[in-house]
Design a protein around this ligand. Structure first.
Ligand code: SF4
Length: 367
């Protein structure tokens, strides 16, 4: 096994506690048994009524709206399990954060890191490669990894070998070097990357439809990024975008037309964070995120849609604080996208899979 670490990322924990807040932390029954009588657990029970709960038969740390953080996170933003029983005892998810591991069919392991981590997002600390010993320990203990299969679905109903996909990646990276992310992704998508290694033959109807498709993608990706997943809100968002009417997003205190929001994005955010967005795309590409979204076209769609959703969320974050879009707003938008769409939730994956079906159908109607 060869371990390849993303050399463009940096990481050193700044003990912000972000990774202990807003997540479901699953744990084994044996760990709960070991913890249950300890003062660190009694303190959690006293504060929130219970320390653990079972969801679909699996045990997790108890959290509720009043207590969104893990109960074992202490006032110094440190883990009480780590402090009392040692690093090795922490649940596997916690020991492994923020590393993101992908095993490839040739046995290679790619190590990236989650952009939900404050240090990774801010480029704080030494290069990630300095975490090699820690990563090797995790791998020796059976770390959790995403697996890339030797047959890859390119789009529904059409698969190719991993070797063909490697040839595609080589051609794509050449396009990337020549024209940047936007052009390389568009060129792969409008031809549905066929034949895979290039040259790619575009479908004219897909070229025409792409601007509209881009708007639909942004609107669709916004919905899983919100805390309110109610059907009513989602329907209101669809209506506002499709009919150009008033858009209400209570979480961001936004209540104005879609055109006003467009203006805020164009004039407030513009292309200011485009280099950061490309850095994020590169990190996803390194950890093979484009092969982890159900099919290749879905993975490419996700990468292609990132500027739209990141600019939109950055504008909304700034609006919520009634200030000019700035780094802190972009950083929060990036955290939300990584958490809700890319690395830590299946919502984005399912959504881009659905959209890949639409794109393929549009190409087939024309073809
Ligand atoms: S989010 Fe990153 S920096 Fe913050 S506590 Fe977790 S690992 Fe440390």
């Amino acid at each position: 096994m060869t371990l390849h670490i993303d050399e463009h990322l940096n990481y050193e924990c700044v003990q912000c506690g972000r990774s202990c807040t807003g997540w479901n932390v699953w744990l084994r029954d044996e760990l709960a048994e070991r913890l249950k009588e300890l003062p660190i657990t009694l303190r959690v029970i006293q504060e929130r009524g219970q320390a653990f709960e079972r969801v679909d038969g699996i045990l997790k740390m108890y959290r509720d709206d009043a207590h969104p953080a893990c109960g074992y996170l202490n006032e110094q933003k440190l883990c009480n399990i780590h402090a009392t029983l040692g690093f090795e005892v922490k649940p596997k998810t916690c020991r492994q954060f923020p590393f993101f591991l992908t095993r490839l069919p040739d046995g290679q392991v790619r190590a990236g890191a989650s952009h939900c981590c404050t240090a990774v997002r801010g480029g704080l600390g030494p290069p990630l490669s300095q975490s090699r010993a820690e990563l090797e320990d995790l791998l020796a203990q059976g770390a959790q990894m995403r697996e890339i299969e030797s047959e890859i679905e390119i789009y529904p109903g059409h698969s190719q070998s991993y070797d063909s996909v490697l040839a595609f990646e080589k051609h794509f990276e050449q396009q990337l070097a020549d024209g940047g992310w936007g052009r390389a992704l568009e060129s792969a998508l409008v031809s549905l990357a066929t034949p895979l290694a290039g040259p790619w033959q575009p479908y004219p109807s897909l070229i025409e439809q792409l601007p509209l498709f881009s708007q639909i993608m942004t609107m669709s990706l916004l919905k899983p990024c919100l805390n309110d997943h109610s059907r009513e809100l989602w329907q209101r968002i669809d209506q506002a975008f499709l009919q150009g009417g008033e858009l209400e997003v209570p979480e961001y205190a936004w209540k104005a037309s879609v055109a006003d929001l467009d203006l805020l994005i164009q004039e407030g955010v513009g292309s200011r964070f485009d280099t950061r967005i490309d850095d994020y795309r590169r990190a996803i590409w390194f950890r093979k995120g484009h092969l982890l979204a159900g099919n290749l076209v879905a993975g490419l769609l996700l990468l292609w849609s990132l500027p739209g959703i990141l600019r939109l969320l950055t504008a909304l974050e700034a609006w919520k604080q009634q200030s000019e879009p700035a780094e802190e707003h972009f950083s929060r938008a990036l955290d939300t996208v990584e958490m809700s769409l890319v690395a830590h939730s299946q919502n984005g994956e399912l959504l881009v899979q659905k959209m890949s079906h639409h794109l393929v159908a549009m190409a087939q109607i024309q073809g």
